[in-house]
Design a protein. Structure first.
Length: 281
């Protein structure tokens, strides 16, 4: 399993890194579109659709992304879009987790399907906008999610259950602990402070999300980092809830050793739109 994970990661990085650092955003945005389309295909399968309908779901996602790209949306700010999208993620995420696994089948199937498709499209659009702003800005968002996940894993392994006897969401993801969440949020705070310092020390042309927020106050920057770290946990739990309802461990086997695309981007689905919302307030 570990060997598979490493090989898959190397292959992905061989495509993603050159595209990410290419002088123009288009190659990375196009590659991200393909990955999101694969995630949409997985979404169709998680909703019990057959292969043809799942493929049409992927094509529908491509159509939404391509249309917004043709309209020039990735290259211009859309604060009027990101504010309601961010609010929807907070409210609907909390509502879904409160209902738990039994509540998911109670939502009308067409509504579930359309909601997931919109979430994938909006995540792609936010990712594209972040790349158009600059690599430093985009990485400051992506690394936040990765740091939150890594710190949560090690804090959970070392401290899970020592300070809180209640698990984070036992019916959704039994392995997650509150200690893991606290460790992840601590890592996010360290990252935000370090990245803001690096921006200033290296005089980077494109500021990170943390420098943008820090211009409005250190407290706001830290609160925003904590908020995004917490919402990355929400994204992870929502996908776990849906997979548990569907009776599957992974969203697919597209990425050997890693599961599917949705398994890799679940925490980014709310975080990317929220980053664009916070950067425009």
């Amino acid at each position: 399993m570990l060997k598979q994970r490493i090989i898959t990661a190397i292959v992905l990085l061989a495509f993603l890194l050159p595209a990410l650092f290419y002088r123009s955003p288009e190659p990375f945005v196009a590659l991200a579109l393909l990955l999101i389309a694969a995630g949409a295909w997985e979404w169709g399968r998680l909703n019990g659709l057959g292969q043809p309908a799942s493929l049409l779901t992927g094509l529908g996602c491509v159509g939404l992304c391509a249309a917004s790209w043709a309209l020039g949306w990735p290259a211009r700010p859309l604060p009027q879009l990101w504010l309601p999208v961010g609010a929807a993620w907070v409210l609907l995420g909390a509502w879904l987790l409160r209902r738990g696994v039994p509540g998911w089948p109670g939502i009308a199937a067409p509504l579930r399907w359309a909601g997931g498709l919109l979430a994938l499209w909006l995540a792609w659009l936010a990712l594209a906008q972040a790349r158009y702003i600059g690599v430093n800005f985009l990485l400051s968002v992506l690394v936040l999610v990765w740091v939150a996940d890594i710190f949560a894993y090690f804090a959970g392994r070392a401290l899970g259950g020592r300070f809180s006897r209640v698990r984070l969401a036992p019916s959704i993801s039994p392995g997650k602990s509150w200690e893991g969440v606290w460790g992840g949020l601590a890592g996010v705070l360290v990252l935000a402070l370090a990245w803001r310092w690096a921006d200033a020390a290296w005089a980077l042309e494109v500021p990170s999300l943390y420098t943008r927020l820090g211009q409005k106050g250190l407290g706001l920057m830290l609160l925003a980092a904590l908020f995004m770290g917490a919402m990355s946990v929400v994204g992870d739990l929502v996908e776990s809830l849906i997979k548990r309802s569907a009776g599957v461990k992974d969203s697919s086997g597209l990425l050997p050793g890693h599961g599917g695309v949705l398994d890799r981007v679940d925490a980014l689905l709310p975080t990317l739109p929220l980053a664009m919302m916070l950067s425009t307030i």
